[in-house]
Design a protein around this ligand. Structure first.
Ligand SMILES: Nc1ncnc2c1ncn2[C@@H]1O[C@H](COP(=O)(O)OP(=O)(O)OP(=O)(O)O)[C@@H](O)[C@H]1O
Length: 244
Protein backbone atom coordinates (compact mmCIF):
# COMPACT_ATOMS: atom_id res chain seq x y z
CA UNK A 1 0.00 0.00 0.00
CA UNK A 2 1.21 3.48 -0.85
CA UNK A 3 -0.05 6.43 1.15
CA UNK A 4 0.70 10.00 0.18
CA UNK A 5 -0.05 12.86 2.58
CA UNK A 6 -0.02 16.51 1.56
CA UNK A 7 3.01 16.37 -0.74
CA UNK A 8 4.55 19.61 -1.97
CA UNK A 9 7.39 20.28 -4.39
CA UNK A 10 8.33 23.48 -6.15
CA UNK A 11 10.96 24.36 -8.76
CA UNK A 12 11.65 28.09 -8.57
CA UNK A 13 8.27 29.73 -9.02
CA UNK A 14 6.61 26.58 -10.35
CA UNK A 15 4.51 24.70 -7.82
CA UNK A 16 4.85 21.30 -9.50
CA UNK A 17 3.08 19.46 -6.66
CA UNK A 18 0.87 21.51 -4.41
CA UNK A 19 -0.64 19.41 -1.63
CA UNK A 20 -1.23 15.95 -3.13
CA UNK A 21 -2.77 13.21 -0.95
CA UNK A 22 -4.12 9.78 -1.93
CA UNK A 23 -3.95 6.08 -1.05
CA UNK A 24 -3.15 3.29 -3.52
CA UNK A 25 -4.35 -0.05 -2.09
CA UNK A 26 -3.01 -3.59 -2.48
CA UNK A 27 -4.80 -5.72 -5.07
CA UNK A 28 -5.89 -2.61 -6.96
CA UNK A 29 -4.71 -0.58 -9.90
CA UNK A 30 -4.61 3.13 -9.14
CA UNK A 31 -4.18 5.55 -12.02
CA UNK A 32 -2.71 9.02 -11.68
CA UNK A 33 -4.34 10.90 -14.52
CA UNK A 34 -3.58 14.44 -15.53
CA UNK A 35 -2.64 16.63 -18.46
CA UNK A 36 0.98 17.33 -19.43
CA UNK A 37 2.78 19.23 -16.68
CA UNK A 38 0.17 18.38 -14.02
CA UNK A 39 2.77 17.04 -11.59
CA UNK A 40 2.46 13.27 -12.08
CA UNK A 41 6.13 12.48 -12.67
CA UNK A 42 7.24 14.78 -9.85
CA UNK A 43 4.79 13.05 -7.48
CA UNK A 44 6.01 9.60 -8.51
CA UNK A 45 9.67 10.62 -8.16
CA UNK A 46 9.04 11.61 -4.55
CA UNK A 47 7.30 8.27 -3.95
CA UNK A 48 10.19 6.23 -5.24
CA UNK A 49 12.73 8.21 -3.23
CA UNK A 50 14.45 9.92 -6.17
CA UNK A 51 13.36 13.37 -5.02
CA UNK A 52 12.80 14.80 -1.57
CA UNK A 53 9.50 16.58 -0.99
CA UNK A 54 9.47 20.17 0.32
CA UNK A 55 6.69 19.07 2.61
CA UNK A 56 4.47 16.05 3.19
CA UNK A 57 4.79 12.35 3.88
CA UNK A 58 5.00 9.15 1.85
CA UNK A 59 4.32 5.74 3.45
CA UNK A 60 4.95 2.47 1.64
CA UNK A 61 3.49 -0.54 3.46
CA UNK A 62 3.30 1.89 6.42
CA UNK A 63 7.06 2.62 6.28
CA UNK A 64 7.88 6.32 6.11
CA UNK A 65 10.15 7.11 3.14
CA UNK A 66 11.86 9.88 5.14
CA UNK A 67 12.67 7.42 7.96
CA UNK A 68 13.84 4.35 6.02
CA UNK A 69 14.29 4.90 2.28
CA UNK A 70 16.21 1.62 1.94
CA UNK A 71 13.35 -0.47 3.32
CA UNK A 72 10.93 1.37 1.05
CA UNK A 73 13.08 0.70 -2.03
CA UNK A 74 13.06 -3.03 -1.25
CA UNK A 75 9.25 -2.95 -1.37
CA UNK A 76 9.01 -0.95 -4.59
CA UNK A 77 9.37 -1.92 -8.24
CA UNK A 78 9.74 1.17 -10.39
CA UNK A 79 9.48 1.87 -14.09
CA UNK A 80 10.86 5.43 -14.19
CA UNK A 81 10.11 7.92 -16.96
CA UNK A 82 13.72 7.62 -18.13
CA UNK A 83 13.91 3.85 -18.70
CA UNK A 84 17.72 3.92 -18.38
CA UNK A 85 18.93 0.48 -19.51
CA UNK A 86 22.57 -0.53 -19.78
CA UNK A 87 22.88 -0.76 -23.52
CA UNK A 88 26.02 -2.91 -23.62
CA UNK A 89 24.27 -5.58 -21.56
CA UNK A 90 21.68 -8.00 -22.94
CA UNK A 91 18.13 -7.84 -21.61
CA UNK A 92 18.87 -10.91 -19.49
CA UNK A 93 22.03 -9.32 -18.08
CA UNK A 94 20.18 -6.09 -17.28
CA UNK A 95 17.68 -8.10 -15.23
CA UNK A 96 20.39 -10.15 -13.50
CA UNK A 97 22.46 -7.06 -12.67
CA UNK A 98 19.55 -5.46 -10.85
CA UNK A 99 18.79 -8.70 -9.03
CA UNK A 100 22.37 -8.77 -7.73
CA UNK A 101 22.09 -5.15 -6.62
CA UNK A 102 19.04 -6.27 -4.65
CA UNK A 103 21.21 -8.90 -2.96
CA UNK A 104 19.34 -11.91 -4.33
CA UNK A 105 21.03 -15.31 -4.42
CA UNK A 106 21.87 -16.92 -7.77
CA UNK A 107 19.20 -19.64 -7.66
CA UNK A 108 16.48 -17.10 -6.97
CA UNK A 109 17.84 -14.77 -9.64
CA UNK A 110 17.61 -17.54 -12.25
CA UNK A 111 14.10 -18.55 -11.25
CA UNK A 112 12.72 -15.03 -11.10
CA UNK A 113 14.50 -13.96 -14.31
CA UNK A 114 13.04 -16.87 -16.28
CA UNK A 115 9.59 -16.28 -14.79
CA UNK A 116 9.61 -12.62 -15.88
CA UNK A 117 11.03 -13.34 -19.33
CA UNK A 118 8.13 -15.76 -19.85
CA UNK A 119 5.47 -13.48 -18.33
CA UNK A 120 6.55 -10.53 -20.47
CA UNK A 121 6.97 -12.70 -23.57
CA UNK A 122 10.54 -11.60 -24.15
CA UNK A 123 12.33 -14.90 -24.84
CA UNK A 124 13.23 -13.75 -28.35
CA UNK A 125 15.06 -10.63 -27.12
CA UNK A 126 16.49 -11.87 -23.83
CA UNK A 127 19.98 -12.55 -25.22
CA UNK A 128 20.26 -9.41 -27.34
CA UNK A 129 22.13 -6.30 -26.23
CA UNK A 130 19.58 -3.64 -25.41
CA UNK A 131 21.32 -1.12 -27.69
CA UNK A 132 18.98 -0.68 -30.64
CA UNK A 133 15.93 -2.08 -28.82
CA UNK A 134 12.55 -0.74 -29.87
CA UNK A 135 10.49 1.28 -27.40
CA UNK A 136 8.38 -1.76 -26.48
CA UNK A 137 11.41 -3.99 -26.01
CA UNK A 138 13.00 -1.37 -23.76
CA UNK A 139 9.88 -1.04 -21.62
CA UNK A 140 9.60 -4.81 -21.19
CA UNK A 141 13.23 -5.08 -20.12
CA UNK A 142 12.89 -2.14 -17.72
CA UNK A 143 9.78 -3.68 -16.16
CA UNK A 144 11.37 -7.11 -15.76
CA UNK A 145 14.31 -5.42 -14.07
CA UNK A 146 12.01 -3.40 -11.81
CA UNK A 147 10.10 -6.49 -10.65
CA UNK A 148 12.97 -8.93 -10.26
CA UNK A 149 12.97 -8.70 -6.44
CA UNK A 150 9.22 -9.46 -6.31
CA UNK A 151 8.12 -6.15 -4.77
CA UNK A 152 4.65 -5.72 -3.30
CA UNK A 153 4.28 -2.23 -4.76
CA UNK A 154 4.74 -1.35 -8.41
CA UNK A 155 5.05 2.22 -9.73
CA UNK A 156 4.94 2.73 -13.49
CA UNK A 157 5.46 6.15 -15.06
CA UNK A 158 3.50 6.25 -18.34
CA UNK A 159 4.09 2.53 -19.01
CA UNK A 160 2.48 2.47 -22.45
CA UNK A 161 4.13 5.63 -23.73
CA UNK A 162 5.27 4.98 -27.29
CA UNK A 163 3.93 1.42 -27.43
CA UNK A 164 1.89 0.12 -30.35
CA UNK A 165 -1.58 -1.38 -29.94
CA UNK A 166 -0.42 -4.96 -29.41
CA UNK A 167 2.29 -3.98 -26.94
CA UNK A 168 -0.19 -1.75 -25.07
CA UNK A 169 -2.66 -4.63 -24.79
CA UNK A 170 -0.01 -6.97 -23.48
CA UNK A 171 1.15 -4.31 -20.99
CA UNK A 172 -2.42 -3.94 -19.70
CA UNK A 173 -2.71 -7.70 -19.35
CA UNK A 174 0.51 -7.76 -17.39
CA UNK A 175 -0.65 -4.97 -15.07
CA UNK A 176 -3.90 -6.84 -14.40
CA UNK A 177 -1.83 -9.90 -13.54
CA UNK A 178 0.16 -7.86 -11.01
CA UNK A 179 -3.13 -6.78 -9.45
CA UNK A 180 -4.42 -10.38 -9.36
CA UNK A 181 -1.26 -11.30 -7.48
CA UNK A 182 -2.38 -8.84 -4.80
CA UNK A 183 0.17 -6.13 -5.51
CA UNK A 184 -0.39 -2.41 -5.24
CA UNK A 185 -0.10 -1.05 -8.78
CA UNK A 186 0.20 2.72 -9.28
CA UNK A 187 0.73 4.21 -12.72
CA UNK A 188 0.57 7.59 -14.38
CA UNK A 189 -1.02 8.43 -17.68
CA UNK A 190 -2.52 11.29 -19.62
CA UNK A 191 -4.55 8.85 -21.69
CA UNK A 192 -8.14 8.58 -20.57
CA UNK A 193 -8.88 5.27 -22.31
CA UNK A 194 -5.98 3.76 -20.46
CA UNK A 195 -7.13 4.62 -16.97
CA UNK A 196 -10.73 3.81 -17.86
CA UNK A 197 -9.71 0.36 -19.09
CA UNK A 198 -7.49 -0.53 -16.18
CA UNK A 199 -8.13 1.32 -12.95
CA UNK A 200 -10.03 0.49 -9.80
CA UNK A 201 -9.34 4.01 -8.65
CA UNK A 202 -8.52 7.17 -10.54
CA UNK A 203 -6.68 10.07 -8.95
CA UNK A 204 -7.01 13.09 -11.23
CA UNK A 205 -4.25 15.69 -10.90
CA UNK A 206 -4.30 19.18 -12.40
CA UNK A 207 -1.90 22.02 -11.60
CA UNK A 208 -0.23 19.98 -8.87
CA UNK A 209 -3.47 19.27 -6.98
CA UNK A 210 -5.82 16.30 -6.69
CA UNK A 211 -9.11 17.35 -8.26
CA UNK A 212 -10.82 13.95 -8.04
CA UNK A 213 -10.14 10.60 -6.37
CA UNK A 214 -12.83 8.06 -7.26
CA UNK A 215 -13.67 4.76 -8.92
CA UNK A 216 -14.40 5.18 -12.65
CA UNK A 217 -18.11 4.56 -11.90
CA UNK A 218 -18.21 7.16 -9.11
CA UNK A 219 -16.42 9.65 -11.34
CA UNK A 220 -19.09 9.26 -14.00
CA UNK A 221 -21.86 9.56 -11.42
CA UNK A 222 -20.27 12.57 -9.70
CA UNK A 223 -19.99 14.56 -12.88
CA UNK A 224 -23.31 13.37 -14.29
CA UNK A 225 -21.48 12.24 -17.41
CA UNK A 226 -22.03 8.73 -18.74
CA UNK A 227 -18.88 9.01 -20.78
CA UNK A 228 -15.67 8.98 -18.75
CA UNK A 229 -13.93 11.22 -21.24
CA UNK A 230 -16.55 13.94 -20.76
CA UNK A 231 -16.28 13.45 -17.00
CA UNK A 232 -12.52 14.09 -17.09
CA UNK A 233 -12.85 17.19 -19.18
CA UNK A 234 -15.48 18.52 -16.81
CA UNK A 235 -13.31 17.86 -13.75
CA UNK A 236 -10.13 19.33 -15.21
CA UNK A 237 -12.01 22.23 -16.69
CA UNK A 238 -10.33 22.00 -20.08
CA UNK A 239 -9.32 19.46 -22.70
CA UNK A 240 -5.81 20.80 -22.85
CA UNK A 241 -3.07 18.21 -22.52
CA UNK A 242 -5.35 15.18 -22.29
CA UNK A 243 -5.27 12.47 -24.92
CA UNK A 244 -8.27 10.32 -25.77
N1 LIG B 1 13.53 19.32 -12.49
C1 LIG B 1 12.65 20.29 -12.77
N2 LIG B 1 13.02 21.58 -12.83
C2 LIG B 1 12.16 22.57 -13.12
N3 LIG B 1 10.83 22.36 -13.33
C3 LIG B 1 10.39 21.10 -13.28
C4 LIG B 1 11.27 20.00 -13.00
N4 LIG B 1 10.53 18.85 -13.00
C5 LIG B 1 9.27 19.22 -13.28
N5 LIG B 1 9.17 20.56 -13.44
C6 LIG B 1 7.95 21.32 -13.72
O1 LIG B 1 6.96 20.90 -12.82
C7 LIG B 1 5.68 20.77 -13.46
C8 LIG B 1 5.16 19.35 -13.32
O2 LIG B 1 5.96 18.50 -14.13
P1 LIG B 1 5.78 16.90 -14.18
O3 LIG B 1 6.87 16.35 -15.03
O4 LIG B 1 5.66 16.39 -12.80
O5 LIG B 1 4.36 16.78 -14.90
P2 LIG B 1 3.63 15.51 -15.53
O6 LIG B 1 2.24 15.53 -15.01
O7 LIG B 1 4.43 14.28 -15.28
O8 LIG B 1 3.61 15.88 -17.07
P3 LIG B 1 3.77 14.94 -18.42
O9 LIG B 1 2.46 14.26 -18.64
O10 LIG B 1 4.01 16.02 -19.46
O11 LIG B 1 4.93 14.05 -18.22
C9 LIG B 1 5.89 21.23 -14.89
O12 LIG B 1 5.55 22.61 -14.97
C10 LIG B 1 7.38 21.04 -15.10
O13 LIG B 1 7.88 21.93 -16.09
Amino acid sequence: MIEVRDLHKHFGNVKAVDGVSFIAHDGEITGLLGPNGAGKTTTLRMLYTLMRPDQGQVLVDTIDVARDAEAVRRRLGVLPDARGLYKRLTARENIEYFARLQGMDEARIRARRDQLIAALDMADIANRRTEGFSQGQRVKTAIARALVHDPNNVILDEPTNGLDVMATRSMRRFMRQLKEEGRCVLFSSHIMQEVAALCDRIVVIAHGRVVADESPEALRAQTGEANLEDAFVKIIGSEEGLAA
